[in-house]
Design a protein around this ligand. Structure first.
Ligand SMILES: NC(=O)C1=CN([C@@H]2O[C@H](COP(=O)(O)OP(=O)(O)OC[C@H]3O[C@@H](n4cnc5c(N)ncnc54)[C@H](OP(=O)(O)O)[C@@H]3O)[C@@H](O)[C@H]2O)C=CC1
Ligand SMILES: CC(C)CCC[C@@H](C)[C@H]1CC[C@H]2C3=C(CC[C@]12C)[C@@]1(C)CCC(=O)C[C@@H]1CC3
Length: 325
């Protein structure tokens, strides 16, 4: 919506969504305020390898070029709020950090996808990684730049991520781990693709009340807490609260020259106590060595998963042939 308000003439949007009914509703909403806008839809479920491959194929048939790819889809399933850790945090010197990152007070219950991957990892990271790899021909063009924009989080914590368990099978903070892996992956992509004109940046929308976070507490409690959160903005500017404020950095990045952005920075949407939104970079807690190791592991996993998919296709082809005989 913000992109269209800025430039609805020259912009062609393609919304890649898992739920076509919701996608249609979004498209209608955008067309109501911007009747001349070009808004296309594409069905894609980032948690499913075959869906991502199909969507990428379809995209390449429809379009010759992709200038901006917003990698925003994300889940935080079954969030559990640790009241004890929260109360302890309230009386510690870490209290502001707790409200801006959610560190130490949230855990999740992860699931397994049909491909056999951890659901949070597959949805938040691996599906997007595959998509970027598949869309390389439309993203990399001589003499032109393209940009990947990842929605990461202030909850991306190195303590929750391990190179020995990139899917976070063993822990209880898959969300945080997937977001830290996002930061690492963006750096590795810059390292590999900048020469071909493809740049990657990471943003953090701050804390917003959305479908993802609303279930953490009962709805009436959020309502009651709203004045408290607005007051807290005096101490931390990370409480963006609305999606409009949260999208500030996503929009800001669109306006920048990709070459001018720092691959080690995360661009934060922030909102001041007076309600003004702005974007500020913060250095990420990442290094090139870990980022390259993660990239190698993702490439290996991609190879394994493609192998499995081929075997499945062969099996079903064989079953069909046997049926015919
Ligand atoms: N809310 C917050 O405070 C923060 C959010 N973020 C990040 O912002 C991003 C947006 O989240 P937010 O707006 O808060 O939450 P929402 O749940 O409102 O949005 C998440 C979006 O991702 C889509 N999505 C989820 N899973 C899949 C999938 N498998 N395939 C395709 N699309 C999928 C959802 O589709 P559908 O409509 O079908 O559900 C939805 O549109 C996420 O990456 C999140 O991690 C980061 C920091 C803070
Ligand atoms: C008075 C209390 C009951 C208030 C509790 C508030 C917390 C539930 C929230 C405070 C900071 C929030 C936060 C997130 C979730 C909800 C809080 C912990 C995120 C972890 C959501 C997902 C993200 O990507 C980052 C957010 C950081 C802040």
């Amino acid at each position: 919506e913000r992109l269209l308000s800025h430039n609805s003439d020259g912009l062609q949007l393609c919304l890649a969504c898992r739920n076509m009914q919701r996608a249609e509703a979004t498209r209608s909403h955008l067309l109501t305020s911007h009747p001349a806008a070009q808004v296309d839809l594409l069905q894609m479920d980032t948690s499913s390898i075959s869906s991502v491959l199909r969507a990428a194929q379809e995209f390449k048939l429809r379009y010759a070029r992709l200038d901006y790819l917003y990698l925003n889809a994300g889940i935080m399933p079954n969030p559990q709020f640790d009241v004890k850790a929260f109360v302890k945090g309230l009386f510690s010197s870490n209290v502001i950090n707790m409200f801006s990152t959610g560190e130490g007070i949230l855990t999740q219950k992860d699931g397994i996808t049909n491909d056999g991957l951890q659901e949070v990892f597959a949805t938040n990271l691996f599906g997007h990684f595959l998509l970027v790899r598949e869309l390389e021909p439309v993203l990399c063009h001589a003499g032109q730049t393209s940009q990947l924009v990842w929605t990461s989080s202030s909850n991306a914590l190195s303590s929750t991520f391990s190179l020995d368990d990139i899917q976070h099978q063993k822990g209880t903070q898959p969300y945080s781990s997937s977001k830290y892996a996002t930061d690492l992956l963006s750096l590795a992509l810059n390292n590999r693709y900048n020469k071909q004109g493809l740049y990657s940046s990471v943003i953090c929308p701050g804390f917003m009340l959305t479908n993802m976070t609303i279930g953490i507490l009962p709805f009436y409690l959020w309502k009651l807490l709203m004045p408290f959160f607005l007051m807290l903005r005096i101490f931390t500017n990370t409480l963006t609260l609305t999606t409009y404020n949260g999208s500030e950095a996503l929009f800001w990045v669109f306006l920048q020259k990709p070459e001018s952005l720092n691959p080690f920075s995360k661009y934060h949407s922030l909102t001041s106590a007076l309600g003004n939104s702005y974007t500020q970079p913060h250095k990420m807690d990442i290094n090139m060595e870990t980022s390259e190791s993660l990239y190698e592991k993702l490439l290996q996993l991609e190879k394994d998963m493609r192998g499995k998919l081929k075997d499945k296709e062969k099996e079903s082809h064989h079953a069909k042939e046997t049926c015919r005989i």
